[in-house]
Design a protein around this ligand. Structure first.
Ligand code: OOG
Ligand code: NI
Length: 268
């Protein structure tokens, strides 16, 4: 029925899995013996705010599938702007798209990012596969490190390009687990590191959203001059609470999101 949407999320998942070896094991740990599929609360995408590839260009792919714009979010310190998108079908994952406010960075970073984006074919941006098309440029390791010094986000997008940055399990729909704390404990017992920036559980029942995430996997990336192991993608867990009208809150919480971004920090 909604096969275009299913296809897009399946392609995004397959592409995410390729660089996130923990995803399948975590899926198994949480899904375990339960018969039904894990439901995704949302996915997240990252980009630069340069016209050719900005947030709106990514969002267009979801608007075409019947998604509607939700709230917007500002991240002053990280110099990011984001919006979320949701679909009237409650089983459709929400989508959180952010963009780096490139003009707020040094002339060097601006020039580097402009160079990368100049390599993108404008037609590639509207193609069906754009959201899981990876990088459209070559970057050397020293350039990656220079970006990293100014913005972990900029370095991540330079290294990984267009792909789901994380998938998020809808905790409300799990059978084996009720709370984010229980999930964190199970993952820690299995040897995973939970992002502890701002606390392992971000948000609260009062904020109508509780979230946690793993620290990103570390995998090899082929830079133009060498191969290095860097953070790739992570897995997130979200539990939503009802609003006074009885409907589950469908937005995000900027203070929590601010910390979730740090799940791709090298941190060691
Ligand atoms: C997005 C971080 C925010 C959430 O659920 O609040 C987020 C990112 O890391 O790209 O996903
Ligand atoms: Ni998220």
């Amino acid at each position: 029925m909604h096969s275009d949407r299913d296809t897009l999320f399946r392609k995004l998942w397959d592409n995410y899995r390729e660089v996130t070896p923990s995803a399948e094991e975590i899926h198994r740990l949480l899904g375990g013996t339960q018969g039904k599929e894990i439901i995704n609360d949302h996915i997240a995408l990252r980009t630069f705010n340069l016209e050719k590839v900005n947030l709106d260009k990514l969002a267009a792919h979801f608007l075409a599938l019947g998604y509607k714009e939700g709230q917007e979010y500002h991240f002053e310190a990280k110099k990011l702007y984001a919006k979320h998108y949701e679909h009237e079908d409650p089983t459709a994952p929400k989508v959180f798209i952010s963009e780096l406010l490139v003009e707020k960075f040094s002339p060097e970073l601006q020039a580097t990012v402009k160079d990368l984006v100049d390599k993108v074919d404008p037609q590639a941006v509207t193609a069906d596969n754009f959201l899981y098309s990876g990088t459209h440029w070559k970057v050397d390791y020293a350039t990656y490190k220079r970006l990293l010094a100014e913005s972990e986000y900029a370095a991540w997008v330079a290294a990984w390009g267009y792909r789901a940055n994380h998938f998020t399990v809808n905790v409300n729909q799990l059978e084996k687990f009720r709370t984010v704390e229980e999930i964190n404990q199970t993952l820690k017992d299995a040897g995973y590191t939970i992002n502890s920036s701002g606390g392992e559980v971000k948000g609260s029942p009062e904020a109508l959203l509780e979230q946690s995430s793993t620290m990103a996997d570390r995998v090899e990336v082929r830079f133009s001059d060498r191969t290095e192991v860097i953070p790739s993608c992570f897995y997130e867990f979200a539990r939503r609470y009802p609003k006074p009208d009885g409907q589950l809150y469908s937005g995000f919480v900027a203070a929590s999101a601010d910390k979730i971004f740090e799940s791709t920090d090298a941190g060691m």
